[in-house]
Design a protein around this ligand. Structure first.
Ligand SMILES: Cc1cc2nc3c(=O)[nH]c(=O)nc-3n(C[C@H](O)[C@H](O)[C@H](O)COP(=O)(O)OP(=O)(O)OC[C@H]3O[C@@H](n4cnc5c(N)ncnc54)[C@H](O)[C@@H]3O)c2cc1C
Length: 509
């Protein structure tokens, strides 16, 4: 038996939801992975009379495709989709059997309208938390459109391909043989990247808003809900709805929810926002803000939105260390998400740049996977909480270098080392290693505002206790402001505060 009894019981319930027959076409050999894959496939077939198995030869062995009886869908799993990909397999089975995917009808129409031939291949690791979203989005596209195929490939099984394609971070998506994108991507983001996004014309007839929120993270979502609850015309423009929370694994300090995961919290946020009459314009990047009679917000696609008040809640992003090699080796050994990319460095040597909470947490996490971790901290002492430092120092495969400055990330095709300077002796040293995780904090996403509003020397928008900036009618909330602490619950509170501030401004003017 491949599946545990509890998982099998749950799976049994899901398989009852199948609406039609499916065929699993398998390409197997005599190796152990093939045998394990066959055990899984046979177990699935034994659980539902709607599932049959056919032997075939696919591009990769071991692999299997999930098809309707009379039509191949193009969904293939190369390797064994257990771990985090098990849900992707179950969803693929249900959707191929005829169950409609939970996607907006507008998105379904967008997918069905694609007439180019798109063959996607996604390299994953079974412990990657960001991978299933991408795999499931591309599977939905394959189910809905015969021009689209998608293969999930377990990098641990197809190591040669991982090497030859230079995959150093998962998920790594290739389209028709060319690198398409890495990291978490939603279905809407994939469509936008394919050029199936919304163009400026769709925004041409929008009436001015009372409150226009820019940014769709916790701050923006909360601001939009608070504004909409006042019965005023509210819109929200977001480059990527969910913001940093989408990249967050376990959240344990969102008060009243003991533990949750980022994508789960984003799904609840989205559901809550959609309860209200809020015009959500996702996957739209704000380019410029101007104040005339009304505020005018120009988007990257050329559209201009007008509003009486604006709440800026564009959050923050990972800070780059800015040394030679960082850009060049991004996704070729330079990584930012230990939860996602840690397993790719199994048995290898890595460095973590940054000795704050996120750097030390990353080092502790990585120490359980990789051979050795070197932490590089610029200051003479680590800045992480004492309890994290104690845990770090208790680990046998961690070296901490303090008072050092990273000079260069070296490599040829991929990272092969890091060069640093000992700040007291000014001596230059080099450590051979295969991965570098950059963990040195966040930068506010406020460059697009230019000079229109007062910002600190770090680029944070200066906001008062009402969320008001120095420009009447312009408010700000969350991580993009000069608030000292950057947390989900704080951003939500400041979003609510800014929305009430904006409402107050509207009724007084
Ligand atoms: C890995 C990680 C783990 C974390 N863990 C926790 C935790 O456990 N608990 C906790 O409380 N906090 C945690 N945080 C911090 C928390 O995620 C942030 O404080 C919070 O998300 C900030 O919310 P925000 O809405 O201000 O900004 P963000 O979440 O950054 O959202 C910004 C929004 O603005 C959009 N945007 C940016 N630029 C533009 C533009 N030009 N035009 C249009 N839209 C734009 C973005 O796409 C996004 O929708 C974590 C952060 C990270 C990165």
């Amino acid at each position: 038996m491949v599946l545990e009894a509890k998982v099998k019981a749950q799976l049994n319930e899901y398989l009852q939801l199948m609406e039609g027959d499916i065929v699993l076409k398998v390409s197997a050999n005599t190796d152990n992975v093939s045998k394990d894959m066959m055990n899984l496939v046979n177990e699935l077939a034994s659980m539902s009379p709607r599932i049959t198995i056919e032997e075939t030869e696919l591009k990769r062995t071991p692999s299997f495709s999930v098809n309707r009886t009379a039509e191949d869908t193009g969904i293939t799993f190369a390797g064994i989709p257990l771990g985090h990909e098990f849900t992707s397999l179950v969803l693929a089975i249900l959707q191929v059997s005829g169950r409609a995917p939970k996607v907006d009808s507008a998105v379904i129409d967008q997918i069905k309208a694609i007439d180019e031939q798109y063959h996607f291949e996604t390299y994953v690791s079974l412990s990657c938390h960001n991978c299933p979203d991408v795999v499931q989005a591309l599977n939905i596209m394959s189910v809905l459109n015969p021009n689209i195929t998608h293969s999930m490939i377990d990098g641990a099984v197809f190591k040669d391909e991982v090497e030859s394609n230079n995959v150093m971070a998962v998920p790594a998506v290739f389209l028709n043989g060319e690198f398409f994108g890495g990291g978490r991507m939603t279905l809407e983001e994939i469509l936008a990247k394919l050029g199936s996004g919304v163009d400026a014309e769709a925004f041409a007839d929008k009436e001015p808003f009372d409150v226009l929120v820019v940014g769709g993270g916790p701050a923006g979502s909360s601001a939009a809900i608070y504004a909409a609850r006042k019965g005023i015309r509210t819109g929200i423009v977001a480059e990527r709805f969910g913001g940093q929370v989408l990249d967050t694994m376990s959240i344990e300090n969102f008060i009243s929810v003991k533990q949750t995961e980022g994508p789960k919290l984003v799904a609840s946020l989205e559901e809550h926002v959609k309860e209200y009459d809020i015009d959500v314009m996702n996957l739209q990047r704000a380019k410029r803000l101007e104040k005339k009679d009304l505020f005018e917000l120009e988007l990257e696609n050329g559209a201009v939105l007008k509003s009486k008040t604006v709440i800026v809640s564009t959050g923050a992003r990972w800070r780059n260390v800015g040394v030679p090699g960082e850009e060049e080796f991004k996704n070729k050994g330079v990584a930012y998400c230990p939860h996602c990319d840690g397993p790719l460095f199994d048995g290898k040597d890595v460095a973590v740049i940054g000795g704050g909470n996120s750097g030390v947490e990353a080092a502790i996490d990585l120490a359980g996977i990789v051979k050795h971790v070197t932490v590089l901290e610029f200051m003479p002492e680590l800045k992480a909480d004492e309890i994290l430092q104690q845990r770090l120092y208790s680990l046998p495969n961690v070296t901490v270098l303090k008072n050092v400055q990273t000079k260069e990330i070296t490599g040829t095709d991929n990272v092969n080392g890091i060069t640093y300077i000992e700040r007291d002796s000014e001596e230059e040293k080099h450590i051979p290693l295969q991965g570098v995780f950059v963990q040195i904090g966040l930068l506010p996403n406020t460059d697009w505002l230019g000079e229109i509003v007062e910002r600190t020397k770090f680029g944070e928008v200066v906001a008062d206790k009402h969320g008001a900036t120095n420009v009447p009618g312009l408010f700000a909330a969350g991580d993009c402001t000069d608030t000292p602490y950057k947390q989900i619950i704080i951003s939500m509170g400041s979003g609510a505060n800014a929305a009430l501030g904006a409402f107050d401004h509207l009724i007084r003017n």
